[in-house]
Design a protein around this ligand. Structure first.
Ligand SMILES: Cc1ncc(COP(=O)(O)O)c(C=O)c1O
Length: 475
């Protein structure tokens, strides 16, 4: 079979690559001109224009440019918290992403549900350039124009597009875990206010298979022993209920002790599990009866990903939360997060209760404003649903064709999952897809997760799904 790319660094070139040269080479590498190998420049330079599918090219070897870079520049100096393949990504455009070997991939991961408007979005590039020449940062000692605009837009668009009917205020921060930390603190403050300053109404209820982040507070709400055990003890008073089982919540909730319940309306990391609408209505009611704050973590499932502005926009008002947390898509890759609250929660807060150096900086806020303008738009959301149909039609066909491998198709909008039988090694499917030019990720419950850009072109969907089919068939 013809290989599009040769990974071997030719002997003389390899010998001449010292560490400093490597650093310079990789730092200045123009992805469009970087060749995969000195001896195969003609074949490699055409690789990005050729379709990579069904070639089954393994990840770059240790002798490739990628391997050399990882071995000498990156790995020895990077904290060992990730297991990664030999893949060094250099640039992207729309739903395509390229590596140091000049290989092209269709991206069904969008950086884990982040680059919702695609890689190298031209409008966002312009905003970054323009804002960087005006004001990048000024702290929260003062107002800045983009931060107010973003907060204003999030609230008004949320109310317009069937979200949290009494959305009122926004706290801007830099990531999902920070958005959840703010939500936890606001809920605790609310608990103290309504209990007359009691030190008891400080506990949380979270759910099995949920994911809320890695900082110690958010990690305490993430009941996964793999993530929690190495860092125990975590914050006390976190109780774990079962999703879609209101009795399990009833057994744990207490007017005196519980300050908040946190849930993802569609669980992402935990396996792409949409939560039943009826359960969320009951959950809201239970929170009201016990004066408990209801927090929806929409960090992964929010901002258009479900086919509506919010995953909870699909639900009746009777299931709307008191706090919504968001991040990921809001910056299209620029780190930003936000915590949106009702006036009832705002009433519990006072100056000095919470803060951040970078949150609400003019650059991130301006990018966020642009993203919200694009997503909070009926036409845009209608297209997300069309793309979702294209995906689910094909995924259902695959599930019918391979019933011994695929248990079910899950998710909503463009947060989709294929749950595989436990006999199937889904990491092998991910690897095989990568070798054939498609990036996908896994989630809990032996699930392959598909979270492409919300504006992914139909052609890329079809092409990517053909790769997925090929790899499932041959696994
Ligand atoms: C639902 C949910 N909450 C919180 C987080 C944490 O966000 P971040 O990684 O930006 O801190 C994530 C990240 O995957 C998430 O999916």
């Amino acid at each position: 079979m013809l290989r599009l790319v040769s990974y071997k660094v030719a002997g003389p070139l390899k010998a001449s690559i010292g560490k400093s040269l490597l650093l310079a080479r990789f730092a200045s590498s123009d992805p469009k001109t970087t060749t995969a190998s000195a001896s195969s420049s003609s074949s490699s330079s055409s690789s990005s224009t050729k379709k990579p599918i069904f070639e089954g090219i393994p990840d770059a070897g240790d002798d490739s440019h990628s391997g050399e870079y990882i071995k000498t520049v990156s790995k020895p100096y990077t904290v060992t918290t990730y297991a990664r393949p030999n893949l060094v990504l250099t640039h992207g455009k729309g739903s395509h992403i390229y590596d140091l070997e000049d290989r092209k991939y269709i991206d069904f991961t969008s950086g884990i549900a982040v680059t919702c408007l695609g890689h190298a979005n031209e409008e966002i590039s312009k905003i970054i350039q323009d804002q960087s020449q005006k004001l990048l940062h000024c702290s929260n000692l003062y107002y800045n124009l983009p931060a107010g605009e973003l907060a204003n837009k999030l609230v008004t668009k949320t109310r317009e597009l069937d979200g949290m009917s009494d959305a009122a205020r926004v706290f801007l921060c830099n990531s999902g875990t920070e958005a959840n930390e703010a939500a936890m603190k606001f809920a605790r403050k609310y608990g103290k206010m309504v209990s007359g300053g009691s030190e008891e109404k400080v506990e949380f209820i979270t759910f099995e298979n949920s994911f809320h982040g890695r900082s110690l507070g958010a990690l305490s709400l993430t009941p996964n022993p793999k993530y929690q055990k190495p860092f125990a003890p975590l914050i006390p008073g976190v109780n774990v209920a079962k999703p879609n089982n209101i009795e399990s919540v009833k057994q744990l909730i207490s007017r005196d002790k519980t300050c908040a319940v946190i849930i993802e309306p569609i669980q992402g990391e935990g396996g792409v599990n949409p939560i039943d609408g009826e359960f969320l209505v009951q959950l809201r009611q239970l929170c009201d009866e016990n004066d408990v704050v209801l927090i929806y973590d929409e960090i992964q499932c929010g901002l258009g990903r479900s086919g509506k502005l919010w995953a909870h926009s699909h639900l009746p008002k009777e299931a709307h939360p008191d706090i919504v947390t968001m991040a990921k898509a809001l910056g299209n890759g620029f780190p930003i997060g936000a915590t949106m609250i009702t006036e009832r929660i705002e009433n519990a807060l006072a100056v000095g209760d919470h803060g951040t150096t970078y949150g609400g900086n003019p650059l991130g806020s301006r990018i966020g404003s642009y993203v919200v303008d694009q997503i909070a738009n009926e036409e845009f959301l209608a297209k997300v649903n069309e793309k979702s149909n294209l995906f689910t039609d094909k995924l259902e066909k695959l599930a019918n064709e391979f019933p011994e491998k695929i248990l079910k198709v899950k998710g909503k909008g463009l947060l989709l999952g294929l749950q595989f039988d436990e006999k199937v090694d889904i990491n092998k499917i991910v690897e095989k897809c990568r070798e054939n030019g498609l990036l996908i990720i896994t989630a809990g419950l032996n699930t392959v997760r598909l979270v492409p850009a919300l504006n992914i072109p139909e052609g890329d969907i079809t092409e990517g799904l053909a790769v997925l089919e090929h790899c499932i068939r041959n696994s």
